[in-house]
Design a protein around this ligand. Structure first.
Ligand SMILES: CSC[C@H]1O[C@H](OP(=O)(O)O)[C@H](O)[C@@H]1O
Length: 346
């Protein structure tokens, strides 16, 4: 993964602007919480782990902007930053998990001077970033054993280095298999309406020299029918304790197609994507996004401008369609709850 999704430099958060890919490699600098919040809402940075990391650094941005306030006002401003970042996107639980980590650091350092609190918050954000890099590689290692040399896989959306600190979750499995000497060919669903597959996954895999073909989302059925597909592998934004998986819209349909064709359907995600407070996927909040994303697909009219639109950004794949869940702790198979609980408690 030759480019960095996000990095902290000169007291600011630098984001690769993923809305400009694949045509342009543009980095943007964020020193204000509101600007960063809008960047998360606009998918400048996207992908469950990357959203969490951007928000963690966003708390540091907010703290530094308030460092000259009186202590109580400073802490209020930091908590306001956390609250604003928590309102950006509702589905990826990693966002709330990361913000909770930052809230704990603030609470543990109350009473210290503002600069010391800023330093503690920055140290925590860096720790989360480095942990994510390691976790993605652990997920990759666990998942790579599921792929044979010469595997053909279908992915959906982008769960690669662009969705994480780097390396990725679903694509991390592909990278790890390739590093283990196994040749892997990827069919990347374009993933309407925002085309994270054709714009981001294809770009990322080509940068890494991995065999990739882009397919229309509605071609996945015939690819599963006509090609020797070994598995489907996707990321996740939130996994309920029974193993139901919220992921990019279209994932549920791909899982049904995989089952119809007798192809394993794997989900790769860090433990921070588990939401053990939810009994099932029915309780996962699904982000509804603006109609313009469908009416003006990536910038040009593709539907009447007054046509009503239904644009859920995610769907839920029932656990019975999931062949295995791969995390940094290992590979879980149904029934999922006991293993997921052990992963969270380990
Ligand atoms: C590694 S999690 C990536 C996950 O996030 C994507 O959603 P979005 O691009 O809207 O942030 C998609 O659901 C991916 O599977």
């Amino acid at each position: 993964m030759p480019t960095q999704t996000l990095r902290w430099r000169d007291d600011a958060l630098i984001l690769l602007d993923q809305t400009r890919l694949p045509e342009e490699l543009v980095y943007a600098t964020y020193r204000h919480v509101e600007e960063l919040a809008r960047a998360i809402e606009g998918l400048v940075v996207r992908g469950a782990p990357a959203i969490g990391l951007a928000a963690a650094y966003g708390v540091v941005v907010g703290a530094r902007a308030a460092v000259n306030c009186a202590p109580e006002a400073f802490c209020r401003r930091v908590e306001d930053a956390i609250a604003r970042l928590a309102r950006t996107r509702p589905t990826a639980v990693n966002l709330f998990w990361a913000l909770d980590q930052m809230q704990e650091v603030l609470a543990a350092n109350r009473g210290r001077d503002n600069h010391a609190i800023c330093d503690a918050l920055l140290e925590a954000a860096h720790r989360l970033f480095e942990e994510d890099r390691q976790i993605c590689r652990q997920i990759g290692a666990h998942g790579a054993v599921l792929l044979r040399d010469g595997s053909q896989v279908i992915t959906h959306c982008n769960a690669g280095g662009l969705a994480t600190a780097d390396y990725g979750t679903a694509l991390g499995v592909v990278y790890a298999a390739q590093e283990a000497g196994k040749k892997v060919a990827v069919f990347a669903d374009e993933t309407r309406p925002l085309l994270q597959g054709s714009r981001l996954t294809a770009w990322e895999l080509m940068q890494s020299g991995i065999d990739v073909k882009v397919i229309c989302d509605n071609a996945a059925a015939v690819v599963l029918r006509n090609e020797a597909i070994d598995c489907c592998i996707v990321g996740a934004d939130r996994i309920a304790k029974n193993g139901d998986v919220a992921n990019k819209i279209g994932t549920y349909g791909l899982a049904i197609l995989a089952r119809e064709h007798g192809v394993p359907f794997y989900v790769a995600a860090p433990v921070s994507t588990l939401d053990m407070a939810l009994a099932s996927g029915a309780e996962i909040p699904i982000e509804k996004r603006d109609a313009a994303e469908i009416r003006n697909g990536m910038g040009k009219p593709t539907a009447p401008d007054a046509v009503p639109v239904y644009n859920p950004a995610f769907d839920v794949t029932p656990c019975d369609l999931v062949s295995a869940i791969i995390s940094e702790k290992g590979v879980a198979r149904a029934p999922y709850e006991p293993t997921l609980r052990a992963w969270v408690e380990l």
